[in-house]
Design a protein around this ligand. Structure first.
Ligand code: BES
Ligand code: MN
Ligand code: ZN
Length: 496
């Protein structure tokens, strides 16, 4: 999507569709719909429609005006932004996505979006571009009747000349396209996204963006003594891949070095502790954590973030076979800790354990991991919030601030020492499951053992990486959750 900026009066703008947000600034039960612009021409064009009382200003309500009086635009789309008092950049992001999706379904390819004046121009530009690019994505790679329905051009209509505007729009485009890059990977089924193919996609992206990349196979995984990772990988005929991407920009300080570790299970059958057939097809998205880290690295490279970041994706299938690990087996992790395998379906924490150790060995001073780790996080937080876990309050608070700015919903869950009891093993250092209760927490407690003293954040995105239903602003399917927050977090890291 090409973005342009238009700073002359919007009445002059020739476009197939001019989009303006209407909000309700009425108090209590009264509605009082207004167009969120001071530009007379647009407000005038909308005035008659508004005076009918047909508009409520409710979120994502669409009203189309053709050949609006006084404007050069062919159409004026008024889209509801909800209550004026609650109209934040996060709401604007969704409104922009919803507008784009409404246009796409009408085969329109170009739009102009009037930036609402209640939000600072560069923040508004960012929200609109991010929302529009994310809204433009559909997981239709394998549809033979796929039409190329992408929006070609987005014009931001702003008042005055804000020098920051162009940059904000460009950064937003990079970030949202990186989120879509992640969604593209997550959408691929396991026969089109083996560990080797994931590594190839990572390498190609690295070449395009100037990241350093390395990929290792089974030999190196064993040589590094990644017994936990290998325990999962040994059961599959598909070779595993240890994917490493490095962002080391000239002029970045020696420390901090941020390590991003992603779960890259390209298909999770459960292994010998096999999953029921019902719904197993969804386990193609069990590499979403890894894809999240790849998307994040793409954005960081293109933005030129001045901080060192290393991404590690532990990619393998989790399969039952004659070579597969079995419940009761004991694996020795890279850190030296011994793990009693109770359930081979708790494989994510195994591959991440060694990923975290490896990140520490490579000199990372701070760690973040992302994983579709547990069904239990879905029980705890549903499909709305991702789970955050951390051993470092300061790092965590900074991350939580980043999630707010990025407009992504995540909720911190506890990691009290008491939960450690649940993963004690009678015969090894630790077990890979913690019983029925608090499953998202005991999984995180397991990872904490491998983060050791390093400040660390764990994101459990099992409930949020795949959207069961579409929303007005985003397609159903892979969400790309956490890419925007991670990029925002790293940008903050670079400035401190
Ligand atoms: N990949 C799954 C978790 C998952 C569940 C992701 C639902 C997305 C949607 C993970 O590997 C898994 O199987 N976890 C088990 C752990 C259990 C055996 C302790 C689970 O949550 O049931
Ligand atoms: Mn599993
Ligand atoms: Zn899994």
């Amino acid at each position: 999507m090409k973005t342009k900026i238009f700073t002359s009066p919007s009445a002059q703008l020739e476009t197939p569709c001019l989009v303006a947000v209407v909000v309700d600034r009425g108090e209590k039960d009264k509605t009082e719909v207004i167009v969120s612009t001071e530009e007379r021409a647009v407000a005038d064009a909308a005035a008659e429609l508004i005076s009918t009382g047909d508009l409520s200003g409710k979120n994502f309500e669409l009203s189309w005006l053709y050949h609006p009086r006084g404007l050069k635009a062919e159409r004026l789309l008024l889209i509801g932004g909800g209550k004026a008092s609650r109209f934040t950049p996060s709401e604007l992001r969704k409104v922009a996505g919803a507008a784009v999706r409404a246009l796409k379904s009408r085969s329109l390819r170009s739009l102009a979006f009037l930036l609402p004046q209640t939000i600072s121009p560069s923040e508004a530009a960012r929200a609109v571009v991010e929302g529009a690019v994310v809204g433009d994505f559909d997981p239709d790679t394998y549809k033979s009747d796929r039409k190329d329905q992408k929006i070609g051009e987005l014009t931001l209509v702003a008042r005055g000349d804000d020098p920051m505007l162009e940059r904000a729009a460009e950064e937003a485009r990079i970030i949202a396209e990186s989120q879509n890059f992640t969604r593209e990977l997550v959408n691929e089924p396991s026969n089109h996204m083996t560990p080797t193919m994931l590594a190839n996609r990572a390498r190609l992206m690295a070449q395009e963006t100037g990241l350093r990349s390395e990929t290792y196979g089974a030999d190196k995984i064993r040589e590094l003594k990644m017994g936990a990772f290998w325990g999962v990988a040994q059961g599959s005929d598909e070779p595993p891949a240890l994917i490493i991407l490095r962002h080391e920009p000239a002029g970045a300080p020696q420390t901090p070095v941020l390590g991003l570790v992603g779960k890259g299970i390209t298909f999770d059958t459960g292994g010998i502790s096999i999953k029921p057939a019902d719904g197993m097809e969804k386990m193609k998205y069990d590499m979403a954590g890894g894809a999240t880290m790849l998307g994040t690295m793409r954005a960081l490279a293109l933005l030129g973030a001045r901080v060192k970041v290393v991404a590690i994706v532990c990619a393998t299938e989790n399969m039952p076979s004659g070579k597969a690990q079995k419940p009761g087996d004991i694996q020795t992790a890279m850190s030296g800790k011994t793990i009693e395998i109770i359930n081979t379906d708790a494989e994510g924490r195994l591959v991440l354990a060694d990923g975290l150790s490896y990140a520490r060995q490579l000199g990372c001073t701070h760690l973040v991991d992302a994983a579709t780790l547990t069904g239990a996080v879905v029980v705890a937080l549903g499909y709305t919030n991702a789970g955050i876990f951390s051993n470092d309050d300061q790092m965590c608070q900074r991350f939580q601030k980043a999630t707010e700015r990025a407009g992504e919903k995540m909720w911190r869950l506890p990691l009290d020492d008491e939960y450690r009891e649940q993963i004690k093993s009678g015969i090894a250092d630790i077990m890979n499951t913690g019983g029925r209760w608090g499953g998202a927490i005991t999984a995180a407690m397991f990872l904490k053992e491998f983060a050791e003293e390093t400040p660390w954040i764990h994101l459990d995105i099992a409930g949020t990486a795949w959207m069961e239903d579409g929303k007005p602003w985003i397609a159903k399917g892979p969400s790309g959750i956490a890419v925007r927050s991670l990029v925002e977090f790293v940008k903050g890291f670079a400035n401190s």
